[in-house]
Design a protein around this ligand. Structure first.
Ligand SMILES: Nc1ncnc2c1ncn2[C@@H]1O[C@H](COP(=O)(O)OP(=O)(O)OP(=O)(O)O)[C@@H](O)[C@H]1O
Ligand SMILES: [Mg+2]
Length: 287
């Protein structure tokens, strides 16, 4: 079972200043990943970082809702900025003792008409086997000649939950979780709950909290234990990774169907399929 940590660009960077890395926060989050256990020996998480002001600095150059550009220079500028943030994240992970390896999205993923797929599990599987945390990111994928399209860090997570068995899946962001329209924290969101009414961030090209809830729901449907927590508050990421009680929003999968007396036990498709499936399950989700 793989653990995923999504480090939001909202906590890694300062939303009010371009290209500003929040080193102290990032270092603490890296330490919490290490303290959560498993390093070394044993399991390491897949870490996915959001791009905050590094990636979103170029957002206006991408068409909406396609989130694409025909200009390779914009592609290049965006991926270079995202890589710079990756180097910063890598430095703090190193300093805090988390073995890891950065993987640019184009090395692993591909997209056709905006549908995410990958070139296969190879690098991810090998790094995890070796106890090295793969570090992925929201990025821009070269889709075809003259088409470069954003893939958000949140969108990568449901994809991973389709192709590997994901257990804990922690979305670290800059608010306590999903807030209702009065600003109160929603402790749990199920599959059937009404779609979220955004309370800010509507102009965010990668969808802010709405997109995160959609991603968390899809991951939960595939069996992941999804939770959204505030990375600005010390200890919450660590608590979420340890699976204990934590302030945040849990996003739950479909409820298991109660056993029918006298008949065979019925599981939901999600629990029946993904939990027991070996990794890799799918080598090319585009096929
Ligand atoms: N109902 C809501 N509850 C909580 N936050 C909300 C809600 N609706 C919109 N938001 C906004 O969503 C933001 C979090 O999403 P945002 O995309 O900014 O962070 P992130 O995903 O951690 O960063 P990145 O996209 O760079 O990885 C909050 O800061 C808030 O402004
Ligand atoms: Mg976001």
């Amino acid at each position: 079972m793989v653990t995923i940590v999504k480090l939001g660009g909202s906590v890694l960077t300062d939303k009010t200043r371009l290209f500003s890395f929040q080193e102290a926060v990032a270092s603490r989050l890296a330490a919490e990943i290490r303290q959560a256990g498993g390093i070394p020996p044993g399991d390491v998480p897949v870490i996915v970082y959001g791009t905050g002001t590094f990636g979103k600095a170029y957002a206006r150059h991408y068409s909406r809702p396609e989130r694409s550009t025909a200009d390779w220079r914009i592609f290049q500028l965006t991926t270079a900025a995202i890589r710079r943030l990756g180097e910063e994240v890598s430095r703090v992970l190193h300093d805090e003792g988390v073995p890891h390896c950065l993987i640019p999205a184009n090395a692993l993923f591909c997209q056709r008409q905006g549908r995410l797929g990958w070139h296969g599990p190879g690098p991810l599987a090998r790094l995890l086997e070796c106890g090295v945390a793969p570090v992925l990111c929201g990025d821009v994928l070269a889709e075809e000649r003259g088409c470069f399209r954003i893939v958000s860090s949140d969108d990568i997570i449901p994809f991973l939950s389709e192709v590997m068995p994901v257990g804990p899946c922690v979305f670290v962001t800059d608010v306590d979780g999903v807030l209702d329209r009065h600003g109160a924290l929603i402790a749990e969101i199920g599959q059937a709950d009404a779609p979220l009414a955004s309370v800010g961030g509507q102009d965010d090209i990668t969808g802010a909290m709405d997109a995160k809830v959609v991603a968390a729901r899809l991951a939960a449907r595939n069996g992941a234990a999804a939770v959204i927590v505030n990375g600005r508050v010390p200890g919450r990421l660590r608590a979420a990774l340890r699976g204990g009680p934590v302030v945040g929003t849990r996003v739950t999968g479909p409820r298991a169907v109660a056993p029918v007396t006298g008949g065979p036990r019925q599981d939901t498709p999600a629990t029946a399929g993904s939990q027991s499936a070996p990794f890799p399950v799918t080598t090319d989700a585009l096929s």
